[in-house]
Design a protein around this ligand. Structure first.
Ligand SMILES: Cc1cc2nc3c(=O)[nH]c(=O)nc-3n(C[C@H](O)[C@H](O)[C@H](O)COP(=O)(O)O)c2cc1C
Length: 332
């Protein structure tokens, strides 16, 4: 490989260079300061890094063509906000040019009057210690004067996309293998999904018993909440592989109990059916939040994202048939 030229174009493809740099997963920060006239300024930056513990120093770099360039260059103080997993929208807002980035945000005044944002994983309030020109960016080194932090799961940026971070199991937590050689191990997807489903669902079952419903009737009842009316074909396709032979029996059971009615076009919930569904769904959501709280907000978000993607792979047809296409179609 040729060495990089000090002047002129780099001796390689810049898009590939960007992609290679993007393999380095980072957190996401928003850097804020005040312009000379007091206007709050800020931008999204993933060039943030720690430099030194004693003295406490951090760094980040700013593109020479950023609209906030002159104001940051002149600023004596600035603050770094490490974003949490739920702050992707805020990151997007501070990465856009020419918008009022602070509109509607509650801000506090930090050291040197720097505007501080709320709800972040950590905040570092800094004084500019030095600046270095580094190619098309200006590198800022700041001395940390004050910081705070929260237990929030971090927002991650990798390969040009936002991502989640999760802890890996410790090395001694290797999945165990079964007595029968060649049998399923503890990390077999079917085992993990199946056992989680049975154990999770066992907590919901007492609420079904109280309504006099069995598991299959509950599946059909909750499926009927997805649209105002489902045709027999939609129910058959949507339940395919989940409930085939018992589908009609479950539908008849719901009609008999007054929870669903048969129309010329298909099946719909009755008022009593809607009320039972709402009772059951709120009980199930309460159980879900207890389980997810124990798992932690970050891992809960990752689990849901991954399961959704898994369903997209193994069950795409049902998703197309059953779920509303957009918000506008939803029944008010
Ligand atoms: C995840 C992410 C990381 C970014 N990191 C930086 C960075 O480190 N330095 C930088 O100058 N711009 C970075 N940007 C781009 C700026 O946020 C963007 O250009 C912004 O509009 C600059 O604000 P301004 O032009 O209003 O000053 C990043 C954008 C994103 C989405």
């Amino acid at each position: 490989m040729t060495s990089s030229s000090r002047h002129g174009r780099p001796p390689f493809d810049t898009t590939e260079f960007r992609k290679a740099l993007g393999t380095f997963a980072t957190g996401v920060t928003i850097i804020t300061a005040r312009a000379g006239d007091g206007t709050p300024i800020g931008l999204t930056a993933n060039s943030f890094n720690s430099v030194s513990l004693d003295p406490p120093l951090v760094l980040w770099s700013l593109a020479n063509n950023a609209m906030s360039f002159e104001a940051f260059r002149a600023a004596t103080h600035w603050a770094v906000h490490v974003l949490g997993a739920d702050q992707e929208e805020l990151s997007g807002r501070f990465a856009r040019r020419g918008v009022d980035k602070f509109a509607g945000l509650e801000i506090e005044d930090g050291v040197g009057g720097v505007p501080l944002l709320r709800g972040c994983a950590a905040r570092f309030e800094c004084r500019t210690a030095s600046q270095y020109q580094g190619g098309d960016h200006l590198i800022f080194i700041g001395e940390v004067l004050r910081f705070d932090r929260d237990e929030a799961a971090p927002l991650v940026f990798h390969g040009g996309k936002y991502a989640h971070a999760t802890r890996r199991d410790p090395p001694d937590m290797k999945p165990r293998s079964a007595h029968l050689a060649g049998s399923f191990g503890e990390d077999f997807l079917g085992y993990l999904l199946g056992r989680s489903h049975f154990r999770f669902f066992a907590q919901i079952r007492p609420f079904l018993d109280a309504e006099g419903l069995d598991d299959m009737e509950f599946y059909v009842l909750s499926t009927l909440t997805l649209k105002p009316l489902l045709t027999e074909n939609q129910i058959a396709e949507g339940m395919a592989g989940v409930l085939d032979a018992n589908r009609q029996r479950a539908l008849d059971g719901l009609v008999e109990r007054g929870f669903a009615r048969r129309t010329a076009d298909g099946y719909a919930l009755t008022q009593a059916g809607r009320e039972a569904a709402i009772r059951l769904i709120s009980a199930a959501k309460a159980i879900e939040s207890q389980v997810l709280e124990r798992l932690g907000a970050g891992d809960a978000a990752i689990l849901k994202t991954t399961l959704n993607r898994l369903l997209g792979v193994v069950d795409q047809r049902a998703a197309d048939v059953l779920w509303e296409k957009d918000e506008g179609e939803r029944e008010r």
